[in-house]
Design a protein around this ligand. Structure first.
Ligand SMILES: NC(=O)c1ccc[n+]([C@@H]2O[C@H](COP(=O)([O-])OP(=O)(O)OC[C@H]3O[C@@H](n4cnc5c(N)ncnc54)[C@H](O)[C@@H]3O)[C@@H](O)[C@H]2O)c1
Length: 249
């Protein structure tokens, strides 16, 4: 059976670990050539893709640095000649009450979580326009809908990427480009397991979900592949909550 993303090129930021690594492996499993981009080393992600006989390249970069983003996109077009899918996944989620968030903290969170998706989207849109095809998927968070406390900079940045998707969707739809968001609930990743503040809320959260178990990165893969494929060609500017029914709207 033909794979859903055969011939496509997919960039995933934040690809070294967690949700990003799961997305890279899943996209490669559907036949996409994957660009695994991260601040950190992506050797383990590339090894998992190789084990599936998939095609991938790694790029060490900072999504908040415009020069890094330009270098990455040039490398990708030099090697693969196109960009079909961009997954704006890299993100950080420090917790703090607002009195303890310095302007520098605020700017670091918004630089990675919001400037990063802006810079990466801006860099790939001209290529996608020429191709008259593209899929941009931003990772937001259900914390934006729930207004989770002690996370103000994070929640604001995740609202920002929903705005980015809505605004950009209206601008690029005529070129066959869709822009959507996925909002996960609390998901079992290295970033979460490294945060005792977040971990202590987990049992309470599972209780509030309709599906009463912890969320795993693989729970997000089906929705990602749908939004990355031609099956979602008429879906744009939307945010899909994938959170076991924590939010219901
Ligand atoms: N895990 C959750 O519960 C959860 C819930 C909602 C939304 N999200 C969102 O999903 C995305 C992935 O989350 P995760 O839990 O897998 O995170 P994680 O911390 O486990 O992994 C994030 C990856 O992003 C990379 N990264 C960080 N800053 C970067 C930068 N400036 N440039 C390039 N790469 C960078 C890290 O090196 C890391 O490999 C984030 O945007 C996060 O906000 C996660």
């Amino acid at each position: 059976m033909a794979k859903r993303l055969e011939g496509k090129v997919a960039i995933v930021t934040g690809a070294a670990a967690g949700i990003g690594r799961t997305f890279c492996v899943g996209l490669a499993g559907e036949g996409a050539r994957v660009v695994a981009a991260d601040l950190r080393d992506v050797t383990e992600t590339l090894a998992e893709i190789k084990a599936l006989d998939g095609t991938a390249m790694g790029v060490q970069m900072d999504v908040a640095n415009p020069e890094d983003v330009a270098r990455m996109v040039k490398q990708v077009t030099d090697i693969y000649g196109r960009v079909d899918i961009l997954v704006n996944n890299a993100g950080i989620y420090p917790t703090s009450p607002i009195e303890q968030i310095s302007l520098e903290d605020w700017r670091r969170v918004t630089a990675i979580n919001l400037d990063g998706p802006f810079l990466c989207s801006k860099a790939v849109v001209p290529i996608m326009k020429l191709q008259r095809h593209g899929r941009i998927i931003n990772m937001t968070s259900t914390t934006f809908f729930m207004g989770v406390p002690n996370f103000t900079h994070y929640v604001a940045s995740k609202g920002g990427v929903i705005g980015l998707a809505r605004g950009l969707a209206g601008e690029v739809g005529e070129f066959g480009i869709t822009v959507n968001c996925i909002a996960p609930g609390l998901t079992n990743t290295p970033g979460v397991s490294g945060s005792p503040d977040i971990l202590q809320t987990w049992d309470m959260l599972v209780e509030a979900q309709a599906v009463k178990r912890r969320q795993e990165p693989l729970d997000l893969l089906g929705p990602l592949l749908f939004l990355a494929s031609d099956e979602s060609a008429f879906v744009t500017g939307q945010t899909l909550c994938v959170d076991g029914g924590w939010t219901r709207h």
